[in-house]
Design a protein around this ligand. Structure first.
Ligand code: GLC
Length: 798
């Protein structure tokens, strides 16, 4: 069953059947202001982070689905009938009204056809202003003049999510609203510097600032009193629940169109007036929208492919990159699942997310890298979850009074957690991320930039990386394998003093990347020292972790093997086996065997399971794993994030058919017509898909904010299509299904454009016979080309 389709020309996903089983969301905003919005225009806005600086309210996990939102009501003043441009919240019968939602890159467009009126509402946030524009167009396609009332409505939130949800005896009286000069201003008594506004390009005929006045008692957004009555009540107050509700009467002649622009923004009334003036020039609205589209086109142009696989092209060229960027720009803490209870950055999540978009968002990536460096402790480990603001002196200027509603900067010492909370993988990711960033940008100076540690002292970025590697080298168990500590990548595998195979493999991977950087920088002593460590790690892994047919996942503190053929449950894991190959630890024979085991025991039509068989009982030696239902999340669901590691491993082995089989099984695009099973958005990877031990096998949950966005992008672009970077060259090494005869890539790198045409006349899965740059054969990686140059690259596989 399908609910929509991909419109690649417009770079949109079109939902033409709007009664989808769960909210299908999109993200608006590319800088500081963000809105998470559903196909029903439900959702919320925040400024900079979703926990604090909340603008509109959202009743998460509520009934009915995804309310409130940023709604536009249309009322026919002759009949009193009303509806919304998005299907919900009024929810007209779908057999009478036709609705559509188009989620585009940083905008969403809702439209409705009802009783000869075509209405559109486009929501987007201009790049240069902290304001969400609601561009509303209503056209009369009938033969009669229409007298209409248009109401734009949103519900304001208390500014911090905690006070929005608790201690209402205080927060209910800490904010106020007022109306003047066409602008509703929402203010916070305790934070006299915080204001939001709601305004429109025309002065309204009536307004409400109080939610309960607009909606009326015992009513909801489905049947607001003001809309039913045909006008707002002019309400405002100090204290209470507030809203932005603006009403305008319009009449539209047959064949004519009327346009209204509403503006929801950050700042006091004066700012609202300035923005109102700016966007009352409708040409400025059009220009901002065009700028936003150009912003994304420019990004997308950095990597575009044309292959025989339409799903891969659609996801790589548009949606997976967009998803990966979303995680980097907004972190993993703003969605309909993460609704603002957490703030800041997860160390491992951010390090990984950054890795995949160094080419399209180098500025934000550099910022994140520095933030992560500041969140590293001088002992080498990363603070598992931290807020970069803690380490930014500018942002630590607390108000001079003790406020009940403001997050006060925590005491610095309390932020530095000890070893008992360290996740053994956290800091290792950043080593490779930084190398990838430098390879992409050529910003070699980053290695020598001095950055303080979270607790004390400072070091160059290069020095920070050494600390991360040294930490892992020091924290090993009796077998020489890295300690598991609180957790490794798998949050539910808590091995403590036991040992983690995955982390040792990762350690080897990070060491190799570091040695490559040290070689490039000519730091010979480090090359020697860290190569020796890498050899030691590899030897320990091969001698301790091979289980006969695959690699162990770890060893508990009591010495029990995890992920062994000897066990009854949790015999094979995806993470250790893929990482044995990704990290270059596994010998060729072991590598093939362990990935065959992944295919044999973990693969399914909806992707690769995290482990097999699922754990059925709690075992505190392993950790939380056994306390999660079978087939859900880390306990043998198809956890999406490690799936692309299997794709990469197969590409390393040269098995293009298998790599594609793995990639295809998880690809949301491929499930566009199976929504009765998948339920979630077909344009976004989800955190997990219910595994075969669960009754809802195939159902996907938690879209957008998952490392699988970035990793699937990496797997497809760098491994299947095979475009990878060295510190001073571009490597072309595809691994594809044998029946791909040819494909093309347009890649920009350091200012130059490369048009890469790959031919595969002999139907191989891997192997490059010849590369020509502008007609001339090249041996080894293609060196950087002059900025602005256009280069033709032809690649012959065989
Ligand atoms: C979630 C977490 C991530 C973790 C993964 C596996 O996606 O955000 O940090 O690695 O689960 O437990």
């Amino acid at each position: 069953m399908r609910y929509g389709h991909f419109d690649n020309e417009n770079r949109e996903y079109v939902i033409d059947r709007v009664d989808v089983p769960v909210s299908w969301t999109n993200y608006l905003g590319v800088k500081d202001l963000c809105t998470v919005i559903s196909h029903n225009a439900g959702g919320y806005s925040f400024h900079q982070n979703a926990e604090h600086h909340r603008i509109t309210r959202f009743r998460q996990n509520g009934v009915p689905l995804d309310r409130p939102g940023h709604y536009v009501y249309i009322r026919d003043n002759d009949t009193g009938e009303y509806w919304t441009i998005s299907w919900q919240p009024v929810g007209k019968d779908l057999s009478e009204a036709k609705y559509e939602c188009r989620h585009g890159l940083s905008y969403s467009k809702f439209s409705c056809d009802y009783q000869d009126l075509h209405a559109e509402q486009t929501l987007f946030i201009p790049i240069e202003d902290d304001v969400e524009l609601w561009d509303v167009k209503i056209s009369n396609r009938g033969g009669q003049k229409r007298d209409l009332s248009v109401f734009a409505y949103c519900e304001f939130s208390f500014h911090h999510i905690e006070i929005d949800n608790q201690n209402l005896q205080m927060s209910l009286y800490a904010s106020g609203s007022s109306y003047a000069d066409g602008v509703i201003q929402y203010d916070f008594f305790y934070e006299p510097w915080t204001f939001h506004y709601f305004t429109s390009h025309v002065d309204p005929d009536s307004y409400d600032c109080l939610r309960d006045k607009f909606l009326g008692n015992y009513r909801t957004e489905t049947n607001p009193a003001a809309v039913e009555e045909g006008k707002c009540h002019g309400s405002f107050e100090l204290g209470g629940n507030h809203c932005g509700a603006l009403h305008k009467r319009i009449s539209i002649a047959p064949g004519e169109e009327s346009r209204l622009v509403f503006m929801l923004g950050v700042g006091p009334r004066a700012k609202g007036k300035e923005i109102k003036a700016k966007y009352s020039q409708l040409a400025n609205v059009d220009k901002s929208f065009a700028d936003l589209r150009a912003y994304w086109e420019k990004k997308l142009a950095i990597f575009q492919c044309k292959t025989p696989h339409q799903g891969l092209d659609t996801m790589v060229n548009i949606w997976t990159l967009y998803q990966a960027e979303t995680c980097v720009v907004w972190s993993r803490f703003a969605s309909f699942i993460e609704v603002g209870g957490r703030t800041g950055l997860g160390y491992r999540d951010t390090s990984q997310d950054v890795m995949s978009v160094v080419h399209t968002n180098p500025t934000r990536c550099r910022q994140r890298i520095i933030e992560l460096m500041k969140g590293q402790v001088s002992d080498g480990y990363g603070l598992h979850l931290f807020d970069p603001d803690w380490f930014d002196p500018e942002k630590q200027k607390a108000p001079t009074f003790k406020s009940p509603t403001i997050a006060h900067p925590p005491d610095r010492k309390s932020l530095i957690h000890g070893i008992e909370h360290v996740c053994s993988d956290d800091a290792l990711w950043i080593v490779v991320t930084i190398c990838e960033y430098v390879k992409e940008t050529g910003d070699v100076a980053l290695f020598d930039e001095v950055v303080p540690f979270a607790n004390e002292g400072e070091a160059t970025v290069y020095g920070h990386l050494k600390r991360a590697l040294d930490f892992s080298a020091r924290h090993i168990g009796n077998t020489g394998i890295c300690l598991g500590l609180r957790a490794d990548w798998n949050d539910c595998l808590n091995l403590g003093g036991g040992e983690s195979a995955m982390v040792s493999f990762m350690h080897h991977w990070a060491l190799k990347a570091f040695v490559e950087a040290a070689e490039f920088l000519g730091r010979d002593a480090d090359v020697k020292q860290y190569s020796a460590t890498a050899d030691k790690v590899r030897a320990a892994c091969e001698s301790q972790l091979w289980d006969g047919d695959w690699y162990l996942r770890g060893i508990t503190a009591k010495g029990m093997k995890v992920g062994s053929n000897e066990n009854e449950e949790g015999r094979v894991f995806i993470e250790s086996n893929t990482w044995a190959v990704v990290s270059d630890v596994a010998s060729p024979a072991h590598a093939r065997a362990c990935m065959d085991a992944v295919d044999r025991h973990l693969f399914s039509e909806y992707g690769i399971h995290l482990l097999w068989p699922a754990f059925s009982k709690p075992n505190d030696d392993i950790g939380f794993m056994g306390r999660v239902y079978k087939g859900i999340k880390e306990n043998a669901a198809i956890f999406s994030h490690p799936n692309p590691w299997a794709v990469i491993a197969e590409c390393k082995l040269g098995r293009g058919e298998r790599a594609m089989k793995f990639y295809d099984s998880l690809l949301p695009y491929n499930q566009n017509d199976k929504i009765e099973v998948r339920e979630a958005e077909p344009y976004s990877y989800c955190q997990f898909v219910m595994g075969k031990d669960h009754t809802a096998f195939g159902r996907a949950r938690h879209p957008w904010l998952t490392g699988s966005g970035g990793w699937n992008y990496t797997a497809a672009t760098r491994w299947i299509l095979g475009i990878r970077l060295d510190f001073d060259g571009m490597i072309i090494d595809p691994c594809i299904p044998a029946d791909w005869k040819e494909f093309e890539i347009k890649r920009q790198w350091r200012g130059a454009t490369f048009h890469i045409k790959v031919a595969n006349p002999n139907s191989v899965e891997k192997g490059v016979k010849e590369v020509r740059l502008n007609g001339k054969p090249v041996q080894g990686p293609i060196p950087p080309q002059p900025s602005g140059s256009k280069n033709e690259v032809s690649v012959l596989m065989g």
